[in-house]
Design a binder for this molecule. Structure first.
Ligand SMILES: CC(C)(COP(=O)(O)OP(=O)(O)OC[C@H]1O[C@@H](n2cnc3c(N)ncnc32)[C@H](O)[C@@H]1OP(=O)(O)O)[C@@H](O)C(=O)NCCC(=O)NCCS
Length: 333
């Protein structure tokens, strides 16, 4: 019988530099009170000048490697989920692979924005259970700070995002009862422009004009209310359908690890689904929204706190630009 895949190691890294809401309020018209009441965020981390996205990813991978019996030696594929790539091409995964000294190991980037880590779980799970790959390193990494508009024009997004990285190793589970029980991913591309960076674009020449630049086209644009409304509709749907497909209910879950986009989104989902708040840890107050890195950072911190135990049922869920969303249910090994 083919065993399920499971997460065998977890690690994370966040840059040292803490940026508080008050610090941001010196750059734009905003306040600690506005940011905290709307999002739950108190501070976030910004990468140092010398830190590239791949550096954050490497730190997270090496921290995960400390938990792995054979380190990263027998990793046979690398996936990097990110919406803030080091370069236009090749993907950040190429730089991570080289810095880790894993030359020859296939590596690729996965672009599913804030759902990137859950999409990555789905892909890595399929790679391992197919028997084609034995040990997949999945990294979620973001350096948002260099792409944000720290003027009043970009303040709706600038206050929400932070930098960080999380990594997991996925391999075949030694036990038939444990591992990934079900992962569902979904998308609705009709709303791609509700949260996006429009330029540069390969859909026309020139790929960016001076006026695009002056209009802030290099920075994220978001219809915040629409994103919020759609997230609180899609998350309960995907959680319910994932759980019911394996005959589980929300009350069976020991720990919900939700993407850290906005505390209010997660509180809304918890209220709608009547979830026990004690089972929904949060770290958005410390890190803001780290997109593809948020969930693995949260998982890694929960592991360090000892809240994740063998046999626990973990429900991971998230929503993001694209729109993309997904849910994964794991029996922890
Ligand atoms: C962005 C978000 C926090 C805004 O909250 P909101 O409740 O919709 O905002 P409000 O309607 O209360 O306030 C909007 C006003 O605040 C202003 N504003 C925007 N950003 C601000 C900031 N950082 N500080 C102060 N004021 C700000 C707006 O200009 C607007 O002003 P106006 O009413 O004069 O036009 C909210 O829509 C949200 O969280 N959306 C989801 C975002 C998200 O999760 N994105 C990532 C998904 S992966």
């Amino acid at each position: 019988m083919t065993h399920r895949a499971f997460i065998s190691a977890v690690g994370h890294y966040v840059p040292e530099r803490i940026v508080t809401n008050s610090e941001l309020s010196k750059l734009m018209t905003t306040s600690d009170e506005w940011i905290q009441t709307r999002s739950g965020i108190k501070e976030r981390r910004f990468a140092a000048d010398h830190e590239a996205p791949s550096d954050l990813g490497v730190h997270a991978a090496l921290n995960a490697a400390k938990q792995a019996r054979t380190g990263l030696n027998d990793v046979d594929a690398i996936i990097c989920a990110s919406l803030s790539p080091e370069h236009y091409f090749p993907g950040t995964s190429s730089f991570i692979q080289s810095k880790l000294g894993l030359v020859g190991v296939p590596s690729f980037d996965l672009r599913a924005q804030c759902s990137g880590f859950i999409y990555g779980l789905s892909v890595a799970n399929a790679m391992v259970t197919s028997g084609e790959f034995k040990k997949v390193l999945l990294i979620g990494v973001e350096v948002h700070s260099r792409g944000l508009d720290f003027t009043d024009r970009g303040r709706d997004c600038a206050v929400l995002f932070g930098d960080g990285a999380g990594a997991v190793i996925i391999e075949s589970c030694p036990s038939p009862e444990h591992g990934f029980l079900k992962t569902k991913i979904s998308a609705d591309g009709r709303f791609a422009d509700k949260l996006w960076v429009e330029f540069p674009t390969m859909k026309r020449t020139p790929i960016m004009t001076q006026s695009d630049l002056e209009a802030g086209g290099l920075h994220p644009k978001m219809d915040g209310k629409f994103v919020f409304k759609t997230a609180v509709e899609k998350l309960p749907q995907v959680i319910d359908s994932t759980l019911s497909s394996i005959n589980l209910q929300t009350k069976d879950i020991d720990l919900f690890l939700f993407h850290q986009a906005n505390l209010r989104i997660n509180e809304f989902v918890a209220a709608t689904m009547n979830l026990d708040k004690a089972k929904i840890p949060s770290n958005i107050e410390k890190y803001g929204n780290c997109s593809a890195a948020s969930i693995p950072i949260l998982l890694s911190e929960q592991m360090q706190l000892g809240t994740v135990k063998r046999g626990d049922l973990i429900c991971i869920a998230g929503f993001g630009s694209g729109f993309t969303w997904g849910c994964s249910v794991i029996r922890w090994f």
